[in-house]
Design a protein around this ligand. Structure first.
Ligand code: GLP
Length: 264
């Protein structure tokens, strides 16, 4: 696992955007897996800046979002579709026709078919080249809550109490947070060719240490990244605060310049 520890959130955002930009430049027709939440906002802002001032071209980029709240229409201000519009799409030349986000308003009787179709669309697009992931306070990735099957596929899931509390900050109150979501599964996520995992702030330090250095377990779903062959984790000093191998990660990262290769 490639673990990059940077000073603060600004550096994390720039470094993460550079990783994404590198893929877009190397493979202009590519597929990105995108995450929501507070963590990637700075990275999206930097990507929009790169588009506006450096001409980073998103015209060949297709995107698949990890999840969507069930019950919210894409036009709802707290939907993840609106989040993506505001944080990335409006500031770049991503073609909206190539942007895929689960439909939070699909009827219950059609949910299974919708989820299967989402998986199919990922396949048709050629699979996800780079999947961006944040880590929830309870260790979730996408909305795969503690206890989620590590082989799960896109499906309807219930949200954990802690997630509802954590995400209440984006809503007027915790009561307004939907209690279900449509989420890519852990199995779906692991099929991406590369993972880019981001975490910042002291409040993520415990869960980051469990995910990176603890046992592989569905109790900490993010620990599943240990199974993937190409993972880059970018952390700020605070989120890296409880890692026991921080010095080794820093040493390995400092050696990358010499070999000009990513040391996974
Ligand atoms: C949400 C999303 C996740 C995200 C997580 C972390 O629940 N479904 O994909 O990674 O929150 O959020 P934050 O980045 O705000 O800590």
């Amino acid at each position: 696992m490639r673990v990059l520890i940077v000073k603060n959130y600004e550096e994390l955002s720039v470094k993460a955007a550079e990783e994404v930009a590198e893929l877009i430049k190397r493979k202009p027709i590519c597929v990105l897996g995108l995450a929501t939440g507070g963590t990637p906002v700075g990275m999206y802002k930097e990507l929009a800046r790169m588009h506006q001032s450096e001409g980073l071209d998103f015209s060949g980029v297709a995107t698949f979002n990890l999840d969507e709240y069930y019950g919210l229409d894409g036009s709802h201000p707290h939907s993840y579709r609106c989040f993506m519009d505001a944080n990335l799409v409006d500031g770049t030349n991503i073609n909206r026709e190539n942007m895929f986000i689960p439909n939070g308003k699909v009827a219950i009787k059609d949910v299974e078919a919708h989820c299967a179709e989402y998986e199919e669309k990922i396949k048709e697009a050629g699979g996800i080249d780079l999947q961006v992931l944040g880590i929830g306070g309870d260790g979730h990735i996408a909305f795969n809550e503690p206890g989620a099957s590590l082989a799960s596929r896109t499906r309807l899931v219930a949200l954990n109490e802690q997630t509802i509390k954590d995400n209440a900050r984006f809503f007027a109150s915790a009561e307004e947070v939907p209690v279900y979501a449509i989420s890519m599964g852990v199995g779906t996520i692991l099929e991406a060719r590369e993972l880019l995992v981001l975490a910042n702030g002291e409040k993520k330090a415990d869960i980051v240490a469990k995910a990176l250095e603890g046992p592989l377990s569905s109790s900490v779903v993010a620990s599943v990244i240990q199974l993937h062959p190409k993972v880059t984790v970018i952390l700020d000093e605070e989120a890296a605060g409880k890692l026991s191998r921080a010095n080794f990660y820093k040493f390995a990262a400092s050696m990358e310049g010499q070999v000009r290769l990513k040391l996974f």
